[in-house]
Write a protein that binds this ligand. Structure first.
Ligand SMILES: Nc1ncnc2c1ncn2[C@@H]1O[C@H](COP(=O)(O)OP(=O)(O)OP(=O)(O)O)[C@@H](O)[C@H]1O
Ligand SMILES: [Mg+2]
Length: 255
């Protein structure tokens, strides 16, 4: 479904991503792991149009999406979340989710979107779908809370729900459970698994190895902007080079 071919990104003299290629199969959870500074976020930023590639190509379902702007990519079914929260603090939780539906609403509908007095049919439908999405991860009770008053854990979940509201085909998640407690991490893992069961493709960047091992179909390991290894979770956890560069010997006994 997604073919990333020989992409390179330099910052000054540093090759953050260096001639990197990988393919993602439809309907799978494909994880990208590697040490801090390995180039994972830069890669996600190139796939999602935040950074332009210096060279290389990105194909989605056989068509060239290299360097397409992020808003155009959303229309092609590509969405992402950020390593650092990108939530509108002054909007409520449900309003943040409804921003995700933006691509389906014309400007007039969007303008009247939050005026309770003139709720149109479409708005009602999107509101209902938004509430359904919030319910998937136990956030429905927070729908009317202003986002700025909520905990970091809730906002991390909200980011995923807002990305889901765009009805994506491919979702890129950059450290979705960083800073979450074990219970929240488990909830997010389950949400991602449920979403994939619904035919969505997920590219997951994470340092939480327990989660990675539990939910990944396939793992690509990056180091210094290049591919260090690729394989199933059990192949990766037993790969000597990966253990040396990233996992440490603890990975083998589940630490
Ligand atoms: N906007 C930028 N300007 C300059 N250098 C950058 C920029 N973005 C990333 N880099 C550099 O590119 C390299 C890769 O960074 P990147 O953020 O992609 O790593 P990462 O694998 O996501 O790390 P982490 O696990 O810590 O999030 C690093 O050396 C980083 O300093
Ligand atoms: Mg990163």
């Amino acid at each position: 479904m997604l073919q990333v071919s020989h992409v390179t990104k330099k910052f000054g003299g540093v090759k953050a991503v260096d001639d990197f290629s990988f393919n993602v199969k439809k309907g799978t959870i494909h994880s990208i792991i590697g040490p801090n500074g390995a180039g994972k976020t830069t890669l996600v930023n190139m796939i999602t149009g935040v950074y332009k590639v210096d060279s290389g190509t990105v194909f989605l379902d056989g068509s060239d999406i290299t360097n397409l702007a992020t808003n155009k990519l959303v229309h092609r079914g590509v969405c992402r979340t950020f390593q650092h929260l990108e939530i509108c603090g002054n909007l409520t939780v449900i309003e943040n989710v409804m921003l995700g539906f933006d691509k389906y609403m014309d400007k007039n509908i969007l303008r009247s979107c939050f005026r309770a007095s003139s709720i149109l049919e479409d708005e009602k439908r999107y509101f209902k779908r938004g509430m359904h999405l919030l319910d998937l991860i136990g956030l429905a009770d927070f729908a009317d809370f202003e986002a700025k008053n909520l905990s970091y854990g809730i906002l991390k979940k909200l980011e995923i729900i807002r990305a889901l509201a765009t009805s994506p085909e491919v979702m890129l998640l950059d450290e979705p459970v960083a800073g979450l407690n074990p219970k929240e991490t488990q909830e997010v893992s389950e949400l991602i698994k449920t979403v994939v069961a619904d035919e969505l493709t997920v590219i997951l960047v994470e340092h939480d190895m327990k989660m990675i091992m539990q939910i990944s179909d396939h793992i690509t390991v990056m180091n210094f902007g290049q591919k260090l290894a690729e394989g199933t979770p059990s192949e990766i956890v037993n790969n000597e080079e990966v253990i040396k560069a990233y996992l440490g010997s603890g990975a083998l006994n589940g630490k």
